[in-house]
Design a protein around this ligand. Structure first.
Ligand code: PHE
Ligand code: FE
Length: 285
């Protein structure tokens, strides 16, 4: 991907949100998605997510005006949300994160895409990701990830580090005294996966292990076949504070672990049936 921003975007790929430019139909899409998830997530999403969602008051008039959201977010953890036209190059993305700026798609999905779309839109990015950025521990993790991403890019190890993002920031589960809770943005922004990730007998749910996660490929086309469970957000930060240099070296001599495999060394929380993935494989849509 070229590093030249598309016409109309700034050098750092940001564009204005142009909040007054959203149509009533676009606000309606936000409200529909918001209400569906807000009703489903208590008891499923982790407390920091639900607290953040509340603190940022993300539903008032449909698609939130990020000027207002940013005032509160900045006050809480020093993060801001910036808008971009769509996916941005890795280096641009990491540079924003390293400076506590979260790049969010400016556009919203069409009414026929409520359940699935390929590029992250403002609902996935703002509803899914931004509430967790109000949590000081998670806020630090995301900044560290941005710094680590720039480094991994230089070292040619991004394929390993990207798996960490996938299995934490996007699809992470958290163990709590009340049971498993979701913190991953890819799950909380999806109605069907918010149910599947916690309740379905199909996927494996394994205790988070940094090196193990970095050896595990992921799928972008359907529900995950494996979720990794962290014991706490601080445990995630502690596990990733170390210098990844030696780990990257070691990973170069290791095989990828097939996605549904359980290793003897895994701490298994749920041994999945993989029934969902097998059925899909037998009868592709
Ligand atoms: N500790 C990592 C490194 O040395 C940086 C990092 C921190 C990466 C947190 C991801 C998450 O590269
Ligand atoms: Fe995302």
């Amino acid at each position: 991907m070229s590093l030249t921003p598309p016409p109309g975007a700034r050098a750092d790929w940001t564009i204005d949100q142009d909040w007054s430019g959203y149509t009533p139909a676009e606000h309606e899409v936000w409200i529909t998605l918001y209400e569906r998830q807000a009703a489903l997530l208590p008891g499923r999403a982790c407390d920091p997510f639900l607290k953040g969602l509340d603190a940022l008051d993300l539903h008032r008039s449909g698609i939130p005006d990020l000027k207002r959201v940013n005032e509160e977010l900045k006050r809480l953890t020093g993060w801001t949300v910036v808008t971009v036209p769509g996916l941005v190059p890795d280096a641009v993305f990491f540079e924003h994160l390293a400076n506590r700026r979260f790049p969010a798609g400016q556009f919203i999905r069409q009414p026929h895409q409520l359940d699935y779309l390929q590029e992250p839109d403002i609902f996935h990015d703002v509803f899914g990701h931004v509430p967790m950025l109000t949590d000081p521990t998670f806020a630090d993790y995301m900044q560290a990830y941005g710094q680590g991403g720039l480094r991994a890019l230089n070292l040619g190890q991004l394929h390993n580090l990207a798996r960490l993002y996938w299995y934490t920031v996007e699809f992470g589960l958290l163990q709590t005294p009340q049971g498993l809770r979701i913190y991953g943005a890819g799950i909380v922004s999806s109605h069907a996966e918010s149910i599947f990730a916690l309740d379905d007998p199909s996927p494996n749910r394994l205790a988070f292990d940094l090196a193990r996660v970095m050896r595990t490929p992921y799928r972008i086309d359907d529900f995950q076949q494996v979720y990794f469970v962290i014991p706490s957000l601080t445990a995630l930060v502690d596990a990733t504070l170390t210098d990844f240099g030696a780990l990257y070296q070691w990973l170069q001599s290791q095989w990828d672990i097939p996605i549904a495999t359980i290793l003897p060394t895994d701490r298994v929380i749920t041994r999945g049936t993989q029934a969902y993935a097998k059925e899909k494989e037998a009868n592709p849509a």
